[in-house]
Ligand binder design. Structure first.
Ligand code: HEM
Length: 409
């Protein structure tokens, strides 16, 4: 894109430049985000047909405002947000893309069942984290992503849902396949995997729903069919399947990245790892600081529902507003020394889980898994350190996570 004479050099002018498709942003997006936040906090990207907000206050106000809409069918045609409508699947949006009344109709009972289950299962969830970490190599160099960060969330969500133990391997594979849907640039082979994985997962969930209806078990699928039967949840089987699948798509990669980014940051800052080893009560604050400092989900969005002024700029109905959670999390107006990773410091709330009606439903689960994983890893491996291999960040736009994290125990 030609330089606009009004834009200072170095200030990004498109969301593409800020995404992992740009090698500079992939390596470290924070310099570009800070430049954008100070020079152009409300950016217009004409190619993507979106606005991008990067100041904490603007982002917070927008996510919290219930009058914005989310369904991609409301987005300006040709805008990047409109491209989230999958052909033939327009009606099968999960809560992530639904608006009220459908959003509330599905989210309320799902959240109620999910939170009750997580609360009850907390000791089991921590035992599952232990199970995965105990199975990792005792010593030597290994990939922490492969051995710990990837398997933990898949195992936990499988057991919460009630996936049969003998189908765990299939379930892992299907989860990997459907996560490909997060990548807008897929090879034909990846497209085929996505379709076949989604079909297999859908068929399996329907089988589970029917099995639990006949013979209830102690799991989330049973909770959902019982809420349907009692009339408390007015949700079709199709909606149950779509939203249980959304827990995999929304929860697995993100929690993987929270664990991976966290261990990377702790090993990069040995004094912080030492502080956590000495005072395990810091674990909760450590998780929040990792979420603030390297937000696994870098952006979220809303759609302007009418003509209005947003963050001081006139905006039109249907225009998508993207928000950089990563930039907001390092806004110097809110966070003192925002570029410093410090798990010992009490800070204002970050915005890594978004906010308002769409705030991440899985936040409590991600927190339990990450807290326990950090403590368990630091205890099991007292001399854990980064290997000398260069880091490779994943090329998935607007998600921040490592492809591999080679560590030496
Ligand atoms: C560190 C881990 C995670 C991060 C950083 C994260 C981040 C986010 C963000 C930014 C949103 C959008 C919020 C908004 O637009 O205001 C979201 C929504 C969502 N997340 Fe998460 N998430 C994580 C873990 C999980 C987990 C573990 C699950 C499920 C088990 C999950 C399921 C969802 C779902 C279903 C939504 C849509 C909620 C709605 O629109 O009502 N996420 N998440």
């Amino acid at each position: 894109m030609a330089d606009d004479p009004k834009t200072p050099p170095g200030v990004p002018q498109s969301i593409l430049e800020l995404s992992a498709f740009n090698p500079v942003a992939r390596e470290n997006p924070h310099g570009l985000l800070a430049a954008l936040q100070s020079a152009c906090p409300v950016m217009r990207d004409e190619a993507a047909k979106v606005w991008l907000l990067s100041r904490y206050r603007d982002v917070r106000e927008t996510v919290n405002d219930r009058t914005y809409v989310r369904h991609p069918l409301n987005a300006e045609p040709g805008s990047i947000s409109a491209r989230f409508v999958e052909e033939g699947r327009e009606r099968r949006a999960s809560i992530l893309f639904l608006d009220d009344p459908d959003h509330a109709r599905i989210r309320q009972p799902l959240a109620k069942a999910f939170y009750a289950r997580i609360n009850r299962m907390r000791p089991e969830i921590e035992a599952m984290v232990d199970e995965v970490i105990d199975a990792a190599p005792e010593a030597g160099v290994f990939d922490l992503m492969e051995k710990v960060a990837v398997p933990v969330p898949v195992l936990v969500i499988a057991r919460i849902l009630g996936v049969d133990e003998e189908r765990l391997a299939d379930f892992r594979q299907w989860s990997e396949d459907v996560i490909l849907g997060l990548n807008p640039v897929r090879t034909p082979a990846e497209d085929a995997r996505l379709v076949s994985g989604a079909e297999a997962l859908d068929a399996y969930f329907q089988q589970l729903i029917e099995a639990r209806r006949r013979a209830p078990q102690d799991d989330l699928v049973t909770d959902m069919v019982q809420l349907q039967a009692s009339g408390e949840a007015k949700i079709s089987d199709d909606e149950v399947r779509t939203n249980l699948e959304a827990l995999l798509v929304g929860g697995n990669l993100t929690t993987t990245d929270l664990i991976g980014n966290g261990i990377w940051l702790l090993l990069m800052h040995p004094e912080q790892a030492a502080a956590l080893r000495t005072n395990p009560d810091l674990a909760a604050q450590a998780v929040e600081e990792v979420l603030r400092y390297e937000a696994p989900v870098q952006a979220t969005s809303r759609i302007v529902p009418d003509e209005r002024t947003v963050a001081g700029c006139p905006m039109h109905k249907s225009q998508p507003v993207w928000m950089s959670l990563a930039a907001a999390n390092r806004d110097p107006e809110i966070f003192d020394a925002p570029q410093v990773f410090d798990i010992t410091k009490k800070r204002a709330s970050h915005i890594a889980f978004g906010g308002g009606p769409h705030i991440c439903i899985g936040a409590p689960l991600a927190r339990i898994e990450a807290r326990h994983a950090f403590l368990k890893l630091l205890t099991r491996y007292p001399n854990l350190r980064l290997s000398d291999q260069p880091l490779v960040w994943r090329t998935l736009p607007f998600f921040r996570g490592l492809e591999h994290l080679l560590v030496e125990a």
